[in-house]
Write a protein that binds this ligand. Structure first.
Ligand code: GDD
Ligand code: MG
Length: 361
């Protein structure tokens, strides 16, 4: 079986992290986001993953080489010269996808985290006999997603409305699809949208089915949602393999610490914290609901809460970083500096306080 992951898009909402790294390679729980997906695909027998990219191809290509051999799965790139939207990339990769014309293929949005119930989806798809399956999940605020109205008994989709302006339903497109190769005949090789064009058309013919998924799910393409998704992911990890989580008198709730990280005396860490490889946390540091990417240093008695700290950044002694601050790669926050909700672009040095959310260029 094959799968295509929609990798393109500029990841603007996850800036400044995506100024250093394409969105799917940004670490999530100490692993590039897309790796969680490739592993799940491999686990159910997918043999080739096609990454549909239109942005930073050289970085993605380097990533491919490393993980192809490590995971034992074929990873190829399908590169657009112009952004083709969410459907056009399928037309571009048509030849590859048709190599197994009799088998359906998976399509994934690259910015979602969940338990990837792909086996269940395969069974669901084989049972209903339609042309396409999508996974749906229930959310409190459906307006920023694709909303799906379905027949609860059969799962047949009656209507698909992308980002509705009025309330339609609370079941939304979770960004995981299983499509028969006949769907490729519906897509032109030009910018086009699965959500705006292809799915509404298949639904109209009564050939689109939706599988309701009840586990945790989040689109982690924005900082606030990234941290919310991380909390859900860690909760799930606690249920499934709690041995991966840190324990100790200085740990509160779910905390994931890479084994190469160094933690000083008298720190208080958690809940919902991820500490990446080679991080150095000095004594008396307080961390909660945050993620520290690879190589971050947090100096003595500093506090980080509700924030994302980019690769190789430093938080100075007794500094405070809080309220959805996002520091890009290689940002250095001075001693005792107070940062509230700011977004800091890569390679900056911050010596003054920022009390209101703003972008530090
Ligand atoms: N190759 C390629 N080319 N990929 C693209 C392009 C493009 O031109 N444009 C977007 N993508 C990729 C993104 O990288 C992402 O993985 C996926 O397509 C969806 O794009 P987003 O920009 O993240 O869309 P969204 O979050 O607003 O909405 C989508 O996801 C929701 C679930 O998170 C839609 O599919 C909604 O219906 C859905 O509910
Ligand atoms: Mg998204």
């Amino acid at each position: 079986m094959k799968a295509l992951i929609l990798v393109g898009g500029f990841g603007t909402q996850l800036r400044p992290l995506t100024l250093s790294m394409p969105k799917p390679l940004v670490d999530f729980a100490n692993k590039p986001m897309i790796l969680h997906q490739i592993e799940a695909l491999k686990a159910i027998g997918v043999t080739e993953v096609i990454l549909a990219i239109n942005y930073q191809p050289q970085v993605m290509l380097r990533f491919l080489e490393e993980f192809e051999s490590r995971l034992g799965i074929k990873i190829t790139c399908s590169q657009e010269n112009e952004p083709l939207g969410t459907a056009g990339p399928l037309a571009l990769a048509k030849e590859k996808l048709l190599q197994e014309a009799e088998k359906p293929f998976f399509v994934l949005n690259s910015d979602i985290t969940c338990e990837y119930p792909l086996k269940e989806m395969l069974d669901f798809h084989n049972a209903h006999g339609g042309e396409a399956s999508i996974m749906v999940t229930k959310v409190a605020e459906p307006s920023k997603y694709g909303v799906v109205v379905l027949d609860d008994n059969s799962g047949r989709v009656k209507k698909f409305v992308e980002k509705p302006t009025v309330f339609v339903d609370n079941k939304i497109n979770a960004g995981i699809y299983l499509l028969n190769t006949s769907v490729l005949n519906r897509i032109p090789l030009s910018p086009s949208s699965l959500e705006q064009q292809v799915f509404p058309a298949i639904a109209k013919e009564g050939r689109l089915y939706a599988m309701i998924y009840d586990g945790f799910w989040m689109d982690v393409g924005q900082p606030k949602d990234y941290l919310a998704g991380l909390r859900l992911y860690l909760d799930d990890l606690r249920r499934k393999s709690s041995l991966d989580l840190a324990i100790g008198h200085n740990i509160i709730g779910n905390v994931l610490i890479d084994e190469s990280a160094k933690i000083g005396e008298g720190c208080l860490i958690g809940p919902d914290v991820v500490i990446g490889p080679n991080c150095v946390i000095e004594s008396g540091v307080r961390l909660s609901s945050c993620t520290l990417m690879k190589g971050v240093q947090v100096k003595r008695s500093a506090h980080v809460s509700g924030s994302i700290i980019g690769w190789h950044s430093t938080v100075g002694e007794s500094a405070q970083v809080s309220s959805m601050a996002v520091l890009g790669e290689d940002v250095h926050v001075g001693e005792t500096v107070f940062l509230n909700g700011v977004v800091v672009l890569p390679h900056k040095e911050i010596r003054s306080h920022f009390v209101k959310p703003e972008i530090v260029m």
